[in-house]
Design a binder for this molecule. Sequence first.
Ligand SMILES: Nc1ncnc2c1ncn2[C@@H]1O[C@H](COP(=O)(O)OP(=O)(O)OP(=O)(O)O)[C@@H](O)[C@H]1O
Length: 608
Amino acid sequence: MPIAQRKTSWFAGRSAGFRGVDMEPKRSYRDLWQLIRTAKPSARMLLLGATLSIAGGLGMLAYPLVTKHLIDALNGGGIGVDLTDTIAVLVLVVVGASVVRAAGEYVLSRIGYQIVAELRHALTGKILALPVSSFDEEETGDRVSRVIGDCQTISGLATGQFVGVIRSAIVLIGSIVVLALLDLKLTMIMLTTTLLAFLIILSIVVKLEPLAKSVQGQTAKLSSILTQIFSEIRLVKAFTAEHKEKARCKEVIDSLTVFGCRNMRIISSLEPIRDMALIGCVLIILIYGGTRIGQSDLSVGTLTAFILYIFNIVTPLGQLSNFAAELQRAKGASRRIAEILREQNEYDVSGRNERPASDILEFRDVCFSYKGGRAPVLRGVDLRIEPGTTTALVGRTGSGKTTILSLIERFYVPVKGEITFGGKPITDIDLMTWRKSIGYVSQAASVIPGSVRDNITYGLSRRVSEKELRSAAEKAGALSFILDLPQGFDSMLIEQGNNLSGGQRQRIAIARVFLRNPDFLILDEATSSLDGETEHVVRTALKSLMEGRTNIVVAHRLYTITQADRIYYLEDGEVAGAGTHKELLCSQPGYASLVEHQFQQVREKESA
Ligand SMILES: Nc1ncnc2c1ncn2[C@@H]1O[C@H](COP(=O)(O)OP(=O)(O)OP(=O)(O)O)[C@@H](O)[C@H]1O
């Protein structure tokens, strides 16, 4: 049965109506809105933050008016109660507005952090729920940059920018109304000059937008390259590729510098233009207003209020242009996040969730190709794996052995044919339950950064007693070297277990599977040979691990092959032969030559 299309994310079902290219801008806005809703910002806190912030903005609207009264009172020459009151009101308005506004900014920033956290939770949860195939298609660094950068951009827009734009609009409209009531002619002159200046500035600001996009893209690329280099540092050093990698980074870093310089060229040209425009506005109003004061047509207080209001008009206009640029950035970010959230979860499957009892695992005419791969990797594969037996998969490199293991783990779904367990499709069994019944020891014997204890108990949700832990380590032949480590089970292993030997890493991986106690054991045998003594310890541990389980082994060693109950010999994605070692030696010349070749190699390595 194919993976069921059960709804799990808010994007499921909504995406159907968004497919046309001309719907793209609308879809971006919708994505952005949906993402903000997903983060569920507290409505009460949002209202509080917005009210405080807007109240602060209204204070900015009031203070030039109070200043006008003060100047006019001073011009009247009287220093009395009225003047003191006006000064007190002015101080109260300025300080009060600043404090209220700062409180509003704080509340909004808190909401911003909550939104970032919620989006990152949603995104990391989603990425972890995606199928393995999804990770074949995109670079790790790119995903990291989505979780870190894009979420931040959206939260910035949702809190600071949205409220900023409302506050700016209120201050802008309010200022224009107040000014028009004070003096209509002066208002018209002021608006014409500031709008002219704003349009000049806006024409420069729009050039920043494509640059911002390029910077985002290059930053994601750099984070992707660095992730690759750091995770494969041994390969880089072993192949003396430091210079090449440095050059690869330099290319992106240099292009970031170029974009950054272009950005700064525009920003630095903006500042003097903005200052000149502002000074120009102030001068025009001063000259015109001064003439009118000379004609006793305008009070000094009113002219002062006009000069102060210039800032109330210029600042919101700048904020509005900022909002336009931020909105573009947030739309881009939300599109990228939405793309991930729309992907199908691998857990979108319904199935029995009781642990499956021992039964026969079968591949029936299974065909498989990787996404984007031209040739099929598996063609008409039939396998029958009896419970409690050891099945070996043998074949030349690239013949599809590891792919068969991946299909058993349900990392991928066959494109044709089916895999059954006890005669029923394995997709009838809940995916998590199925995977819990499998223990996997890979060639790489992966180690996660954390303590030895964390590594052995990895993935288990139950509490593991000290006795159990020791017993698993002992069965894996790992106890003595673990106890020799400075902090025993609490010793920290660094990324990729680089402070352990290959054999030690394998024994930690084996101890992990002992604790899990699965029915199936999937073993991708290491091709590299360990030294004789370690090889013996690892082999003994594996033998004990395999006892009483259904084992499926990608075999590279003659010993493993000869111990298997049944061997499937693969050639170019097809089962070319099946049987015991002896049967295949007689019936399959390809198998015989492969085994002879591998046997020879292992013998050479061992004698070396
Ligand atoms: N994630 C992937 N995406 C695309 N193609 C893949 C992927 N993994 C493997 N392949 C291709 O599928 C084919 C079979 O690979 P597979 O790893 O199953 O072979 P194998 O028999 O296990 O080889 P080896 O013994 O070298 O590990 C190869 O041609 C390989 O290039």
